[in-house]
Design a protein around this ligand. Structure first.
Ligand SMILES: Cc1cc2nc3c(=O)[nH]c(=O)nc-3n(C[C@H](O)[C@H](O)[C@H](O)COP(=O)(O)OP(=O)(O)OC[C@H]3O[C@@H](n4cnc5c(N)ncnc54)[C@H](O)[C@@H]3O)c2cc1C
Length: 448
């Protein structure tokens, strides 16, 4: 058995930023199911939102609410927006470089459903720029220890209070990590879907464990689908995004008969529905996207990564159409948390994409997720710092841990399979219970 003060499950931006905001005199253990860099935080392309000035507050608030179909938790939205400058200030202090003009002022870009330019970016690899700096800063701290390829299989719990986790280590051994406080930062659920832009190992493990222990969840059927990703029949790989701005620049969508069937700049959810409908009518696994209407110079300068990917897959987008399919992209629901990221269980917090504080409502506004992950990870760290944990009677805890039948966890493959099914069932059940379920985006789980 290993003992630590705080166990953080996940090495994406939310887990790392929580670790960095905890006191130096706490021993912190960060575990990751894969290597430390393989997480969605490293994939984020577009950018991270920031409140530019007070004049933009109302507009930013309204854009976030409108995207979320006004189901957002208003206080969460307010906290996120008002904390954004503080978080960006921290990131810059960690060495993160955002694009700036010749006078050194931030450059802001804009994405779909934003009324103003308020998104900071670093080329088209903003997530990597942010997360690699957080990781470097966390690795430099002597009180933070990392374990790669270490998977959380369950939590240690009694009387709705968490005392750490049961993990499978990289050498295959099952071990208890006893902790005063545990933070779940396990990311999204894309690995459960047939097509997803997420890493395939992100399968909602935090949710499965929460379901097992009757921890409150919220809106777990609120799944964001991206309408246009490159169709790859090999669904063991994550889907490659064909950015919305490609359509903004003039790309067209065709069915099997190579005729347009939809206006390409419809809102994401409506467009995804139209594509799914066309695929069903045509009995196909994809539709076609034609990038040739985009001037050659613009295509080559603006979208070099997309061209490279298509070419690697055997398509020349300057001469032919490419196959496109909608794919799961983001998870708005999750483990229900309060404004300090605390779950319904004592000593247990959840941050990042696996948590739901209601900030995104029914649908996420572009580039709000990195920001939300960081803002509420820092709040979790502060809450833990101020409030500490409910400390057990040492003898009783020892007895509890000794009584855990570790051999029950020996068949990890079977546990994972069960967890995947538990989460899929829970998502489907919640969707089936919605009165307005037909207005939601359709999705397809994988068969694993
Ligand atoms: C292609 C793409 C582009 C995106 N672009 C943007 C963008 O431009 N702007 C924006 O704001 N957002 C964007 N997002 C969303 C954003 O990247 C994520 O919402 C955010 O990074 C989630 O961070 P996280 O820390 O919650 O999870 P992640 O960064 O995904 O980290 C999850 C961690 O949990 C670990 N883990 C999972 N299960 C277990 C387990 N059982 N045991 C141990 N460890 C476990 C994983 O190994 C990983 O380390 C994008 C997402 C994708 C996929």
């Amino acid at each position: 058995m290993k003992t630590t003060d705080i166990l953080i499950v996940g090495s994406g931006c939310s887990g790392l930023y929580a670790a960095l905001n905890l006191p130096d005199d706490k021993q912190i253990t960060v575990i990751s199911k894969s290597d430390l860099e393989s997480n969605d935080s490293f994939l984020a392309q577009g950018g991270i939102c920031m409140l530019k000035d007070d004049d933009d507050y109302d507009s930013y608030f309204e854009d976030t609410m409108k995207a979320g179909h006004y189901e957002n938790d208003k206080k969460s939205v307010d906290i996120m927006i008002r904390s954004s400058q503080d978080v960006i200030h921290d990131l810059v202090n960690y060495g993160v470089e955002f694009a700036r003009d010749e006078n050194g002022h931030f450059l802001f870009t804009r994405e779909g459903a934003h009324s103003h330019h308020r998104i900071l970016f670093h080329e088209d690899i903003t997530g990597k720029e942010i997360t690699r700096h957080l990781l470097a800063a966390a690795k430099a701290k002597p009180n933070i220890t990392f374990y790669e390829y270490t998977t959380l299989l369950d939590i240690v719990e009694t009387d709705n209070t968490c005392y750490g986790g049961i993990v499978q280590k990289s050498d295959g051994h099952i071990e208890v990590i006893q902790a005063e406080t545990t933070i779940l930062a396990t990311g999204g659920v894309g690995g459960l879907f047939q097509h997803s832009t997420n890493y395939r190992h992100l399968t909602g493990d935090g949710l499965a464990i929460a379901l097992r222990h009757h921890i409150d969840l919220k809106n777990i059927d609120y799944i964001q689908i991206h309408p246009t990703t490159f169709y790859d029949p090999d669904t063991t790989k994550r889907s490659f995004l064909i950015s919305e701005s490609v359509r903004g620049e003039g790309a067209k969508l065709y069915g099997k008969d190579m005729q347009r069937f939809v206006y390409e700049l419809l809102p994401r959810d409506v467009l995804s529905q139209a594509i799914y409908k066309k695929m069903a009518a045509d009995h196909t696994h994809h539709v076609w996207e034609d990038l040739q209407p985009i001037p050659k110079k613009e295509l080559e300068s603006h979208f070099p990564n997309i061209i490279r990917h298509c070419e690697e897959k055997g398509y020349d987008p300057e001469k032919e159409c490419i196959p496109i399919v909608p794919a799961q992209h983001y998870f708005m629901g999750g483990i229900a948390v309060n404004y300090e990221s605390k779950t319904s269980m004592e000593n247990l917090y959840a941050v990042g994409e696996t948590a739901c504080n209601g900030v995104h409502g029914k649908n996420r506004l572009a580039s709000n997720s990195l920001l939300e992950s960081l803002v509420f990870a820092k709040r979790a760290a502060h809450h833990i710092t101020i409030n500490g944990a409910i400390l057990p009677d040492p003898e009783a805890l020892d007895a509890l841990i000794q009584a855990i039948p570790l051999d029950v966890y020996a068949n990890v493959k079977q546990i994972e399979k069960n967890y995947h099914q538990i989460v899929k069932n829970a998502i489907q059940e919640q969707r089936d219970q919605r009165d307005d379920r037909d207005s939601h985006e359709p999705f397809a789980f994988n068969n694993q």
